[in-house]
Ligand binder design. Structure first.
Ligand SMILES: Nc1ncnc2c1ncn2[C@@H]1O[C@H](COP(=O)(O)OP(=O)(O)OP(=O)(O)O)[C@@H](O)[C@H]1O
Length: 267
């Protein structure tokens, strides 16, 4: 696959520190869609340079009420809307969307943590063919809760406590899940991710781990040029062995490797 093609299908994760963030990246890759995770406080330029078609705002241990809690950069919403980029907020990510787009998040009366039932309240692409009234078990982990939605948003699922569990604004292409669909404790979470990526965002699957290799080989070739040589200190450990193998695939015999027998190696 042309790396350019991979880029147009990039699902970018903005990381706000949830212990599950890297799971989101892995789950998306397991659906053959390219996904990358960068800091949630990255500049607008670092986000737009990657040209993602979908951006996921991860969960995190923060509260939107604490000054200087991490958030996406100014101009992000305008950029996403003018480029048709889909945005999904998960947990803290949902609360960031609500707060930054003019809604209100309040400190929760009852914190929701652990297994919980949610109920679909409105037909939504996030829940595919699930009908209104259908229930599913999800994994919640939040203190703050959504009090007022930004204009144009609607609640599409609520928790068994009646709290907001999923929101959407399809015309602005913004979506949010209060629970963690990416963990195995949310049994239908992968389905939700599939619905979101393939039915809502219309992302096409076709990325393979091998694409990373193709891209890296191109980067190495461009960096080294057609005639230069590279020296590799090769310990026999995983890191330098992988590096040597990939560079060798790119430039072949122009890669002399040096192993130093320092006398302290294992037998
Ligand atoms: N005996 C050695 N001969 C040649 N290069 C070495 C040797 N030991 C270490 N190096 C180089 O220094 C790097 C860092 O060494 P370190 O012991 O920190 O290993 P590492 O980070 O676990 O990497 P690796 O998995 O490649 O051993 C290695 O990746 C390798 O490039």
């Amino acid at each position: 696959m042309d790396p350019k093609e991979v880029k147009t299908e990039l699902v970018l994760i903005l990381d706000y520190g949830s212990q599950y963030t890297h799971l989101i990246t892995r789950r998306i890759r397991s659906l053959s869609v390219f996904s990358l995770c960068i800091s949630g406080t990255s500049s607008l330029k670092s986000i737009t340079d990657l040209n993602p078609s979908v951006v996921i705002l991860s969960g995190g241990p923060h509260s939107v009420h604490i000054p200087d809690s991490p958030s996406f950069p100014d101009g992000f919403v305008e950029w996403a809307e003018s480029n048709g980029v889909f945005v999904l907020g998960i947990c803290y990510g949902l609360q960031l969307i609500v707060q930054r787009l003019g809604g209100q998040v309040k400190v929760g009366q009852k914190q929701e943590y652990g297994r919980m039932e949610i109920e679909v309240g409105k037909p939504s692409g996030l829940f595919g063919s699930n009908k209104v009234g259908n229930k599913q078990v999800v994994w919640m982990s939040h203190g703050d809760e959504v009090a007022i939605l930004p204009a144009g948003f609607q609640v599409v699922a609520r928790s068994e406590h009646g709290l907001v569990a999923a929101i959407e604004n399809p015309s602005r292409k913004f979506y949010g899940l209060q629970y963690h669909h990416e963990v195995t404790h949310t049994p239908e979470g992968m389905e939700t991710l599939r619905y979101f990526l393939f039915d809502i965002c219309k992302v096409s699957a076709g990325w393979k781990m091998e694409n990373v290799l193709d891209e890296e080989i191109k980067v190495i070739n461009n960096t080294v040029g057609p005639e230069e040589h590279v020296i590799c200190a090769l310990s026999g450990g995983v890191d330098s062995t992988v590096a040597a193998t990939i560079v060798h695939k790119a430039i072949g015999d122009r890669l002399p490797c040096v192993f130093v027998d320092n006398g302290l190696l294992r037998y």
